[in-house]
Design a protein around this ligand. Structure first.
Ligand code: URA
Length: 209
């Protein structure tokens, strides 16, 4: 699949299996999601540009690499995106954060927006949109439409599980945006859930139903 990067690291795959298990507790699910998100963050930032600065070590001066450009933006699609956000901020604490409030209308499966707050100068920053589940892709498409409308030009999408139907629909609207995912599952069911999946990520993370 073009523009889809599967992070098939053994630790990611192991943790994902634990997260899929029905008998994994809320606390366990949340901890695993935080751990896995640091590993996914490592991959999604792998090709960031570097520049060099002159520093003084205890022994001598040297030119040493640092990240180039403006701080990254992590854009969390509420509420499940926040589960990925925590681990990513552990790794990139200086990142700016955007919040995009969307919920799924359970009859139409359409994304309904209720909140948008992002840093102002999105056009100069890499924006990494995070949501654990790329199912119908309605939320991801809607979030990215809003980010583009607010100036974002350099965008990546990061999730845990993606359905083939979601990837196809996502790229029919935003073909240039790379998707990073831990795995691509089999399909969507008639209610828009990913199979075999892990259930409702937000409910499992927060212990709701
Ligand atoms: N959102 C979820 O949380 N789980 C799915 O399977 C699909 C969308």
């Amino acid at each position: 699949m073009t523009n889809v990067k599967v992070v098939d690291h053994p630790l990611v795959q192991h943790k994902l299996t634990m997260m899929r298990r029905q008998d994994t507790s809320t606390a366990g699910f949340r901890r695993l999601l935080r751990e896995i998100s640091t590993l996914l963050c490592y991959e999604v930032t792998r090709d960031l540009e570097l520049t060099s600065v002159r520093i003084q070590t205890p022994l001598c001066e040297m030119d040493s690499p640092v990240l180039e450009g403006k701080k990254l933006v992590f854009a969390s699609i509420l509420r499940a995106g926040n589960g990925l956000l925590e681990g990513m901020l552990d790794l990139v604490p200086s990142a700016r954060v955007a919040h995009i409030g969307l919920y799924r209308n359970h009859d139409t499966l359409e994304a309904v927006q209720y909140y948008f707050k992002a840093p102002e100068d999105l056009e100069n920053r890499l924006v990494i949109v995070v949501d654990p589940m790329l199912a119908t892709a309605n939320s991801a498409i809607s979030a990215i439409n809003q980010l583009k409308a607010h100036g974002a030009q350099n965008i990546r999408f990061l999730c845990l599980l993606a359905a083939p139907e979601g990837i196809e629909r996502f790229h029919s609207v935003h073909p240039e945006i790379d998707i990073y995912t831990a795995t691509v599952d089999e399909r969507l069911n008639e209610l828009g859930y990913i199979l075999p999946g892990l259930g409702d990520a937000g409910d499992r993370m927060y212990g709701t139903r």
